[in-house]
Design a protein around this ligand. Structure first.
Ligand code: GUN
Length: 307
């Protein structure tokens, strides 16, 4: 660890745990939100007689997916949710998977359904996601929920993008009127975070691999979200002094060490705020999944009560 990170982390111990010495702590922001979710889940249980419940479907034995699913299960237990896991073999048929989703859609004791991606080859991800009831789509991947997000209707918020908005808020920075650059246009991060920044009145540019003059555009950004998947691609020469930098990258550097899309040591002295990797965006995704599961539980409960 460099001295700069060491010093910043030491300062976190005594100062504002969420934002200190220009470092935005996803761990601390997550801890605050999880405590809120835990409290609200207890309230839900009191009025409904059951805990909010998340069903996670995993097919095959991708090691990274297994770790993600285990972390989701642990997080559910931490906030007092019921967690159901459906582990299917890699050669599960599409029909079997679709019928499991339909069964969970109809199950009054299940609030959220998540199908862990990527699915094994031969399974049509779009078809499976489209089968999830939009009311239980806690990933916010269903076209109905993506559409609602795009036109500003209330509903689920996509997990990583919603987590990014919380991290920006933790710095005390208002998005309104700011130049926001999102580098990356994936359906999971780039496009939906651009939509959320726009909804927060940012002036948003979405850059991608075909963008010309990326550095020039980046140097004009007050808020920069890097979601490219290329180790340490963004250095100080891309950064406007004082900018808020959110690093979504989760890569390995030349020594096999975990790193983001930003070259932290280069960017840190120039920026006004930055998320570390690990410990920045990472912890937020599951936290926002918990929030969405609670939202699903509350919405379904209200709907059933005829409100
Ligand atoms: N695989 C990697 N990230 C995600 C995610 O956010 N949701 C799902 N369902 N699968 C993933």
């Amino acid at each position: 660890m460099t001295d700069v990170i060491k010093n910043a982390r030491a300062a976190e111990e005594t100062g504002n745990p969420e934002f200190s010495n220009k470092i935005i702590s996803g761990k601390a922001v997550s801890a605050r939100i999880r405590a809120e979710v835990r409290k609200e889940a207890a309230g839900f249980e009191l009025k409904s007689g059951r805990k909010p419940a998340l069903a996670v479907i995993i097919a095959g034995d991708d090691p990274a997916s297994r770790i993600y699913v285990r972390n989701k299960k642990n997080a559910c237990e931490e906030v007092g949710f019921t967690s159901l896991e459906f582990a299917l073999p890699a050669d599960v048929s599409e029909d079997e998977l679709l019928s499991l989703v339909r069964r969970l859609n109809a199950d009054a004791n299940v609030d959220g359904i998540l199908v862990q991606l990527p699915l094994p080859r031969g399974l049509d991800e779009k078809k499976i996601i489209n089968e999830i009831s939009p009311d239980k789509d806690v990933d916010c991947f269903h076209p109905v929920n993506v559409g609602k997000l795009s036109i500003g209707e209330p509903g689920f918020l996509p997990c990583t993008p919603a987590g990014i908005m919380e991290l920006i808020a933790a710095t005390g920075t208002s998005v309104r009127g700011k130049n926001c650059l999102v580098i990356g246009r994936s359906n999971i991060v780039g496009k939906p975070v651009s939509a959320l920044l726009l909804a927060a009145d940012g002036t948003v540019t979405t850059a991608h691999s075909k963008t010309v003059n990326l550095k020039e555009i980046a140097r004009n950004a007050d808020i920069l979200v890097a979601a490219v998947g290329r180790a340490k691609m963004i250095d100080a020469s891309y950064i406007k002094p004082g900018a808020v930098v959110i690093d979504v990258g989760m890569n390995r550097d030349e020594n096999g060490k975990l790193c983001g899309d930003c070259d932290f040591d280069s960017v840190y002295p120039v920026c006004g705020a930055i998320t570390p990797v690990p410990g920045g965006v990472g912890p937020m995704t599951i936290t926002m999944l918990l929030k969405n599961t609670l939202y699903a539980a509350e919405s379904i409960f209200e709907k059933n009560a005829g409100r």
